[in-house]
Design a protein around this ligand. Structure first.
Ligand code: ADP
Ligand code: MG
Length: 558
């Protein structure tokens, strides 16, 4: 009765939409499961690719979890968290992006029946966190170090890691070829933390196998003026001058006003302009440089001038490329041509301009400071080569990770099965509901081998049973058994060199658990009326499945 007498409390603006409680939680879980289902089929060497096109007509074909998630344009607020963890996994370790999304979705899926039965989500969260730290400790324990090997040996081992990453990609057919290339590139830049020092240049056309590695810098020939043909296109040990100035005859007709009283003075103005440019060019020549690169334009006058003196020049070189030449060849970019000392000139063993497919390339190889490498990628269609670049990026990241924290774990679901078994065993020692939750967590981890089987068309139940049996062996000799992608049975992943750096798994487990816990801890979403109309439309088109139909079930509050 009392409540009826009281005036209604209006807390939120008219039109605010809130939904809360169990229904909200279940709806969020459904949305995340839907996202998991989207990327599910891309996992592993036999995973499928996704073709995503937007209304502008750009088409992307990708197998990379992070790329797909980014392009999907997910609008569901809870599901967006999965996009974020995929991105963070991508920037942290560079690989395992599908894994992380899949794990998070599976953790939530396992939690759903408990939530529906009225378990308080905080209980689940606590158990999940415990399970996660146990799992990570176990991964660290099982990880094998590749430290203390000779360089050659280490290279071989790193190439194995790179090959595992590449095997799930479009270029998986040539994984050994590219794995070696990636390892060489990473080794070339040494301990340098600047990933930018590895350049990837894409030249559509030709065969994948025509791709090659330059132990230095390569970039596409820039726009050139007449006279360029007369310049020499190959030098041995040339001095390289790097500039950030324009070498062009500036006709001051647009941005200056000159008042003359006597027409004869006009000539002197024109002469002055010519003198300035000739002075600059003379100084470049005097420096002894045989190759002149500038970030800004090098005009026709300068081109011809250099050609007459057997000097090669290129203007409008991208800043990134110029910096890489500077790092590799050991020069410094100059903003003035006055007082060029030999110290600021770079050098390399061979400079040449070469034809690569339909493009001309300027290639600087045998650079003294090393520290940079360029992969020139060849291959059919644009989309193919774009995906190849993304795949190489994954592989490069993995090799770099492996170089830094050189421990690896067996892939192909082996490590996941082993942690799963360990958690199951551990859960038996725990009394109370937590036992069930940790068990569910353990079960969720099996999604990796199961999905690897599903994607390859194997009988997942059969393979998983075999794997469980192997991993349950007391002696522990079955610990590195995973899915054998070639035969449809099981095999020792370690012996088959299906390796992954331990950080990939550790980070994936960590991030997936955190995301799952975050989503489980949300019991209410509030959407303010302003954003309603704008977002509502987008939501309808983009991700119908993701919305999970939960909103209607939530209570409307006034
Ligand atoms: P992610 O984006 O998570 O890296 P991938 O599509 O690259 O997804 O698939 C990675 C999974 O595939 C890992 O679990 C890895 O162990 C497994 N894998 C890679 N190569 C093989 C192989 N040759 N045999 C079995 N499993 C493999
Ligand atoms: Mg991968």
């Amino acid at each position: 009765m009392a409540s009826m007498m009281q005036p209604q409390i209006i807390l939120l603006k008219e039109g605010t939409d809130t939904s809360q409680g169990k229904a909200q939680l279940v709806s969020n879980i459904n949305a995340c499961t839907a996202v998991g289902d989207v990327v599910r089929t891309t996992l592993g060497p036999r995973g499928m690719d996704k073709l995503i096109h937007d209304d502008k007509g750009s088409v992307t074909i990708s197998n990379d979890g992070a790329t797909i998630m980014k392009l999907l344009d997910i609008v569901h607020p809870a599901a967006k968290i999965l996009v974020d963890i995929a991105k963070s996994q991508d920037s942290e370790v560079g690989d395992g992006t599908t894994t992380v999304v899949l794990l998070a979705a599976e953790f939530l899926k396992e939690a759903k029946p408990f939530i529906e039965d009225g378990v308080h989500s905080q209980n689940l969260i606590r158990s999940y966190r415990t399970a996660s730290s146990l799992a990570i400790a176990k991964v660290k324990e099982l990880a094998v170090s590749i430290e203390g090997k000779s360089v050659e040996e280490k290279k071989g081992l790193l190439a194995k890691c790179a090959a595992t990453t590449l095997s799930s990609k479009l270029i998986g057919g040539e994984k050994e070829f590219f794995a070696t290339m990636v390892v060489d590139a990473v080794m070339a830049i040494g301990d340098d933390d600047r990933l930018k020092m590895i350049g990837i240049k894409k030249v559509p056309g030709g065969n994948m196998r025509d791709s090659f590695l330059v132990d230095g810098v390569a970039f596409k020939k820039t726009f050139s003026y007449a006279g360029f043909e007369q310049q020499p296109k190959k030098f041995l040990d040339p001095k390289i001058l790097l500039l950030n100035i324009e070498l062009e005859l500036k006709s001051e007709k647009e941005n200056a006003e000159i008042r003359l009283s006597d027409p004869s003075q006009y000539q002197s103005i024109v002469d002055a302009e010519w003198n300035i440019i000739y002075d600059k060019l003379d100084k470049c020549v005097e420096s002894g440089a045989k190759v002149v690169l500038s970030r800004l334009a090098i005009g026709d006058l300068a081109t011809q001038y250099f050609a007459d003196r057997d000097i090669f020049c290129a203007g409008r070189v991208a800043e990134e490329d110029l910096n890489r030449v500077a790092a590799a060849a050991g020069g410094t970019v100059q903003t003035s041509v006055n007082n060029i000392i030999t110290e600021v000139l770079g050098t390399c063993e061979i400079f040449e301009e070469k034809q690569v497919g339909g493009e001309r390339f300027n290639i600087f190889s045998g650079c003294p400071s090393g520290r940079t490498a360029t992969i020139v990628l060849r291959g059919g269609a644009d989309q193919f080569i774009e995906e190849a670049e993304r795949s190489l990026h994954d592989a490069i990241m993995i090799v770099r990770r492996a170089v830094k924290n050189s421990t690896v774990v067996p892939g192909g679901g082996a490590i996941d099965m082993e942690i799963s078994k360990y958690l199951r065993q551990h859960s038996r020692t725990i009394a109370g509901k937590s036992q069930l939750f940790i068990n569910s967590y353990a079960k969720a981890l099996e999604v990796i081998p199961r999905q690897l089987c599903d994607n390859a068309g194997f009988d997942a139940t059969d393979v998983l049973n075999k794997l469980r049996q192997k991993h349950a062996m007391q002696s522990g000799e079955g610990a590195s058994y995973g899915v054998d992608i070639n035969t449809g049975g099981i095999a020792d992943s370690f012996a088959n060199f299906v390796w992954e750096p331990a950080v990939v798994k550790i980070n994936a487990i960590n991030a997936a658990t955190e995301a799952a816990c975050l989503i489980l801890s949300v019991d209410e979403t509030v959407k303010n009326p302003k954003s309603e109309s704008a977002q509502g439309e987008a939501a309808q088109g983009a991700m119908g499945r993701g919305r999970g139909g939960g909103r209607g079930r939530g209570m409307r509050r006034r």
